[in-house]
Design a protein around this ligand. Sequence first.
Ligand SMILES: C=C(O[C@@H]1C=C(C(=O)O)C=C[C@H]1O)C(=O)O
Length: 360
Amino acid sequence: MEEKLIQKIQRSDRPFLVAGPCSAESAEQMEMVARDIALNTHAQVLRAGIWKPRTRPDSFEGVGQIGLPWLVEAAKNNGLLSTTEVANAKHVELILKAGVDIAWIGARTTVNPFAVQEIADALKGSGIPVMVKNPINPDLNLWIGAFERLEKAGLTDLAGIHRGFSVYNNPRYRNQPNWEIPIALKEERPDLPIICDPSHISGKRENLLPIAQKAMDLNFEGLIIETHPNPEKAWSDARQQVTPTALREMLSQLTLRRELISEDAQNKMLLMRDKISGLDDKIFELLTARMLISEEIGVFKRDNDITILQQEHWKKMIATRLSKATDLNLSEAFVREFMDALHQESIRHQTKVMNPNLGD
Ligand SMILES: C=C(O[C@@H]1C=C(C(=O)O)C=C[C@H]1O)C(=O)O
C-alpha cells in the first residue's frame, strides 16, 4: 500500500517541506522552479496555485486548468509530489483527472461549511491526501469541523496548514499567527500533522525566518514556503516569495530542537518547573484573595445602588499597569489581555453577589 502523507511527514527530515510559487504562470516557470527547489532544498512537495481566490476582482486569478499539467509534470520530473488548492467540486474533478498528488483547502474556503462539504463529497473515494488551511477567522472549531467533514467522506490522510488569521492593517503581520490556535488543534487532534505557512503570516520575505523558527520551536511538523524563480516579477504575492537559493539559505539558519529530552535534562528542568509551579500557586492564591475583595465591593455596591462597571476607575488601573509593563519586562499586549481577563472575572464575581438569582 502506498505510504500516506502523514507517514511521509513523520519520516521526513524536519521540517517536512512544501515549496513552489504562489501561482503557476507557465510550464517553463514551473519546470525551472521545481528543478531549483529539488537541487537546493530537501522539499518533498511542489506547490502552485492554479485558481487563486483574490480579494479584489481585477487581480490575477490564476491560469486555471491549463496549469495543472505544468504543475504535475514539473513535480514528476524532479522527484516531487504536487499540490494545489481546490475551492469547489469542479476543481476537485480536474485535479483528480490531472493526477495532482495532494489537495489543499484554502483559508477562505475553510470558513464555509457548505464549500467544505461540497469538496469532501467530490473527493469521496479518491483517497487523496488533503491539507486544510486554518479559516481566516480565529475559530478552532471551524478548522476542526473541516477535518471532520473530510473524515466523514472517508478521507483520512489529512494535515493542517497554519497560515495565520485576518487582521486589518497590522504592520507586522499580513495574517496574525495566534499561535494558541494551532497549539489547541494539536491538543485536540494530536494525530494531525501541522505545517506552518510563514509566507502568508508575514507577507514579507524578510520576516520568514523568525516565523519558521517559532513554528519549529512549537514542534510543527513542516513548512510551506512560497518560492519563485524571480519573486519580484511574480504575478501574485511578489513581496513574500523567495528564490530557491534564498529558501536554502533561510533553512540553513533554522535551529532544529527536539521535544524528547534525556533523563538528566529532565531532572534539571524538573527543579525549575517546581519553582514555576510554586509561583503559579501563589499567583492563584492572590487571584482568589483579589476576587474575595471584589465580592466585598460588590456587596457594598448592591447595598448602595452603585453599578458594577466603574469605567473611569478601571481606565486608570489599566494605565497604571501598562506604564509599568516595560519596567517589569512584560509586553504591553500581555498586560492588556491579562487585565481584561481579570476585569471580566471580577465583574462575574460581583454579578454573582449583586444579582444572585440571575446567573452569570
Ligand atoms: C472592583 C470594582 O469593580 C469593577 C472591577 C474592578 C477590578 O476588578 O479591579 C474595577 C472596576 C470595576 O469596573 C471596583 O469598582 O473597584
